[in-house]
Ligand binder design. Structure first.
Ligand code: FAD
Length: 466
C-alpha cells in the first residue's frame, strides 16, 4: 500500500520502554519507526498510569495536609473540589509530557505510525489504523507492547460502576462508598486519591498484608494511618461475587470471619496487570509467548529470534516504568551493535501512598525464605527532626546488610520515601558498605539523614536468619 515503510529498527508500542528505545536507536544512527495504536505517545505510564496518578496524588496530599494543619493551629475551610478543573489540570500535565514526546520524536526523525501492529512474518508488521492497513518491514524490531488491567470472570466489568485504574483516573465522580479490590500499589494509590476527595474507602486484599511485596514492618505505618481514615482494610479476604443491583454493586466476600455481603457505589478492580504479548501474533515472527502473555528474553533483551527484542511490562515483573526505560536503552544499544547487557543489581519499587512505601533489593522476608544471613540497621523517624517538623513521626528507614556488611536492600516508609530509596539503590550498585553510608555527610535536617542514621544503627547485627 501507499503507506508502506521500511525501518532499520521498528519499535512496537510507545510507552516508557518503547519511546526510550526508539529515541536511543535514532540517536545511534538508526532509521526508526515507532508504531502506536493510541492517538498520543507515552503508553500507560504517561497517559493512564504513573503521571496522572501522581498529579491527582498531589491534590490529595494538599487536601489532607490542609486538614491536618488544624492540629498545629492553622485551620482551613473544607476544600471545595471542582472535579472538572482538577481533571483538567491532570490532563494538562499529561498533555505537556505526551506532546513533548511528539516533539522529541520529530527532532530525531523517528517516524510515528498510528495503528495496531501485528506480525505477519519474521521481518514484517501489519498496521491497522481503523481498517486502513499498511506494512512496516524491518531489519530489527523491539517489542514494547506493555500490559493492561486484569479482569475477573465473576465481575460485571461492563457495568459503569465497575472501574479499573484507567476509569479511576478519569475522575467521573466521587463515589460515596468505594471498594478497592486489591491492596497493591495501584489500588492503594487510587484509594489515597478518593479518600482525600471524600469517598469512604474499603480495601480488600487476598494476602495477609497490603503491598505484599514489601516487608510487613515497612507497610505497618501506612496500614495504621489509613486504618484510621478508611472504612475498612480487609486482608486475607477474597471477593467471590459482584452483582449489579439498583442500589449499587453487591459484593460477596470471604474472609477470616466467614462470608459477608456489602453494597458499594463503585468497585475499583486493581488485581494486577496482564502483558499484551498474546495479542500481536508474535508466532508469525517465530517469537515465543508464554501462556500468560509474557515474552522471554536474554540479558540483551533478545527474544528467541536474534533480530527481535522485547522490553518493559511485556517481558515480566516488576512491571515498572523505570525498568522498561532501562531495558529500552539496552535493547536499542544492542540493536545498534553495542555490547550492552541488562545487569542492574536492583530495581526499586515505590507506592506513592501517604506515607510512601519504598523498597529495593533484598527484603527481610526474602532473606528469611532464602536462608540468607543478613544484618539490619533500623532508624525510626520519630527521632528525625525533619520528620517531626512535618508533623509526622511514623516513618522508618531500614537497611539490610550482607555478611560483609555491604548494603543489599532497604525498606523505607514515610513522606518522600520514594525519593530517598534512590540513594540506597546507588549504594547497592556501588557495592557500598555500612561505613560508606554511615560516614557520608548528609545535609541536616533532611529525611535523607535517616539513611545515614540507619547505617549507624547497624553494628554487628548480622545473625543467623533474623
Ligand atoms: P506501556 O506503557 O504499557 O505501553 C505500551 C504501549 O504500546 C501502549 O501505548 C499501547 O497502546 C501500545 N501498544 C500495545 N500493543 C500495541 C500494538 N499491537 N500496536 C500498536 N501499539 C500497541 N510504574 C512506575 O514505575 N511508577 C509509577 O508510579 C507507576 N504508576 C502506575 C499507575 C497506574 C495507575 C498504572 C496502571 C501503572 C503504573 N505504573 C507505574 C506502571 C507503568 O505504567 C508501566 O510499568 C509502564 O507503562 C510499562 O511501560 P511499557 O513501555 O512496557 O508499556
Amino acid at each position: 500500500g501507499a503507506g508502506d515503510v521500511h525501518a532499520e529498527v521498528v519499535v512496537l508500542g510507545s510507552g516508557p520502554g518503547g519511546y526510550t528505545a526508539a529515541f536511543r536507536a535514532a540517536d545511534l544512527g538508526k532509521k526508526v519507526v515507532l508504531i502506536e495504536k493510541d492517538s498520543s505517545l507515552g503508553g500507560v505510564c504517561l497517559n493512564v498510569g504513573c503521571i496522572p496518578s501522581k498529579a491527582l496524588l498531589h491534590g490529595a496530599k494538599v487536601i489532607t495536609e490542609a486538614e491536618e494543619m488544624a492540629h498545629f493551629g492553622v485551620k482551613f475551610d473544607t476544600p471545595e473540589v471542582d472535579l472538572d478543573a482538577l481533571r483538567g489540570w491532570k490532563e494538562s500535565v499529561v498533555n505537556q509530557l505526551t506532546g513533548g514526546l511528539q516533539g522529541l520524536a520529530k527532532a530525531r526523525k523517528v517516524q510515528v505510525v498510528n495503528g495496531y501492529g501485528t506480525f505477519t512474518g519474521p521481518k514484517m508488521i501489519e498496521v491497522d489504523n481503523d481498517g486502513a492497513k499498511s506494512t512496516v518491514s524491518f531489519d530489527q524490531c523491539i517489542i514494547a507492547a506493555g500490559s493492561e488491567p486484569v479482569t475477573l470472570p465473576f465481575i460485571p466489568h461492563d457495568d459503569e460502576r465497575v472501574i479499573d485504574s484507567t476509569g479511576a483516573l478519569e475522575l467521573k465522580d466521587i463515589p460515596e462508598r468505594l471498594l478497592v479490590l486489591g491492596g497493591g500499589i495501584i489500588g492503594l494509590e487510587m484509594a489515597t486519591v478518593y479518600d482525600a476527595l471524600g469517598s469512604q474507602v474499603t480495601i480488600v486484599e487476598f494476602m495477609d498484608q497490603i503491598i505484599p511485596g514489601a516487608d510487613k514492618d515497612i507497610v505497618k505505618p501506612l496500614h495504621k494511618r489509613i486504618e484510621g481514615r478508611y472504612e475498612a482494610i480487609l486482608t486475607k479476604t477474597k471477593v467471590t461475587a459482584v452483582e449489579a443491583t439498583k442500589k449499587g454493586m453487591k459484593v460477596t466476600m470471604e474472609g477470616p470471619d466467614g462470608e459477608t455481603v456489602d453494597t458499594f457505589d463503585k468497585v475499583l478492580v486493581s488485581v494486577g496487570r496482564r502483558p499484551n504479548g498474546a495479542k500481536i501474533n508474535a508466532a508469525a515472527a517465530g517469537v515465543a509467548v508464554d501462556e500468560r502473555g509474557f515474552i522471554a528474553v536474554d540479558k540483551q533483551q533478545r527474544t528467541g529470534q536474534p533480530h527481535i527484542f522485547a522490553i518493559g511490562d511485556v517481558v515480566g515483573q516488576p512491571m515498572l516504568a523505570h525498568k522498561a526505560v532501562h531495558e529500552g536503552k539496552v535493547a536499542a544499544e544492542v540493536a545498534a551493535g553495542h555490547k550492552r547487557f541488562f545487569d542492574a543489581r536492583v530495581i526499586p519499587s515505590v507506592a506513592y501512598t501517604d506515607p510512601e512505601v519504598a523498597w529495593v533489593g533484598m527484603t527481610e522476608t526474602q532473606a528469611k525464605a532464602e536462608g540468607v544471613k543478613i544484618g539490619k540497621g533500623v532508624f525510626p523517624w520519630a527521632a528525625s527532626g525533619r520528620s517531626l517538623s512535618l508533623g509526622r513521626s511514623e516513618g522508618i528507614t531500614k537497611l539490610i546488610f550482607d555478611e560483609h556488611e555491604r548494603v543489599i536492600g532497604a525498606g523505607i516508609v514515610g513522606p518522600n520515601a520514594g525519593d530517598l530509596i534512590a540513594e540506597v539503590a546507588l549504594a547497592i550498585e556501588m557495592g557500598s558498605d555500612a561505613v560508606d553510608l554511615g560516614h557520608t555527610i548528609h545535609p541536616h535536617p533532611t529525611l535523607s539523614e535517616t539513611v545515614n542514621f540507619a547505617a549507624e544503627m547497624f553494628e554487628g547485627t548480622i545473625t543467623d536468619l533474623m
